[in-house]
Design a protein around this ligand. Structure first.
Ligand code: BTN
Length: 244
């Protein structure tokens, strides 16, 4: 497998997309010690300091339809959850794909895709894992909402070993998806979910519509099903916060 390492790069997602456009093979991984322009969802920046985390992107070229792509993001979240469990840490996934500890963010995932109606050209799954960042090292504006594996464990973690565990899990999960579809991955996602069963506030990404309800389940598309006073709503993408 091809793993390309950089000391510093703008964003491993951008680099992976450049490589994918040039024809890089499925399974190519781009990882960097630090990112100068780490990107999050919704045009946010992603804090990616040198040597303290795992900032990486994977190129996939799956045969399935573009609508299935969001489930690849859920798959990546499950991969990190499995690695955490191996290291004795209890993972919690907030729909769709943030990993949280004590309601603060440990891991973010950003999936980007190039696709036609009838097929996917490539998917880039970018994952940022806060490994050995102390609370005081986070920028002030995210200090109260971010955390790291070392804060969770109370001691630093071996970054390379953790990364190997994540890549192994991703490999296994992707093979499973190709053989059996997404159902087993979604089932495992449910096991790690901290969203299901909770009262949530949903802010729709497309229309900004806000509503409240109980997160009941995810469906076969990976969409969140929320029971509201007006009945069951299907949330494809958006910001969902758990109501205190
Ligand atoms: C989010 O939480 O909004 C998603 C964060 C995704 C961050 C990762 S770090 C590696 C890859 N490169 C990027 O620029 N972003 C993703």
């Amino acid at each position: 497998q091809n793993i390309i390492c950089h000391e510093e790069i703008d964003s491993t997602n951008n680099e992976a997309k450049r490589l994918a456009r040039e024809g890089a093979a499925e399974g190519t991984v781009v990882v960097a010690e630090c990112q100068t322009g780490g990107k999050g969802r919704l045009e946010r920046q992603f804090f990616s300091p040198k040597g303290k985390g795992i900032w990486f992107s994977v190129i996939l070229r799956p045969k399935f339809l573009p609508q299935e792509a969001p489930k690849c993001t859920l798959m990546a979240a499950v991969a990190v959850a499995r690695a955490m469990a191996e290291f004795g840490l209890e993972p919690g996934i907030k729909w769709p794909n943030d990993l949280l500890y004590e309601n603060k963010k440990l891991v973010g995932i950003l999936t980007e895709m190039s696709a036609e109606m009838d097929g996917i050209n490539y998917i880039v799954i970018g994952t940022g894992i806060n490994v050995n960042i102390e609370q005081s090292e986070f920028p002030e504006d995210i200090r109260d909402v971010a955390t790291s594996l070392c804060m969770m464990k109370g001691e630093p973690l071996p970054r390379v070993k953790f990364f190997q565990a994540v890549l192994r899990a991703m490999d296994d999960l992707y093979a499973q998806v190709q053989a059996q579809g997404f159902a087993p991955v979604l089932q495992e996602w449910r096991k790690y979910s901290i969203t299901l069963g909770q009262e949530v506030k949903v802010i729709g990404v497309r229309d900004g519509e806000i509503y409240f309800g109980k997160a009941a389940d995810i469906d076969e598309d990976g969409a969140l099903l929320v029971d509201t006073e007006e009945g069951r709503k299907k949330v494809l993408a958006g910001d969902v916060s758990i109501r205190p």
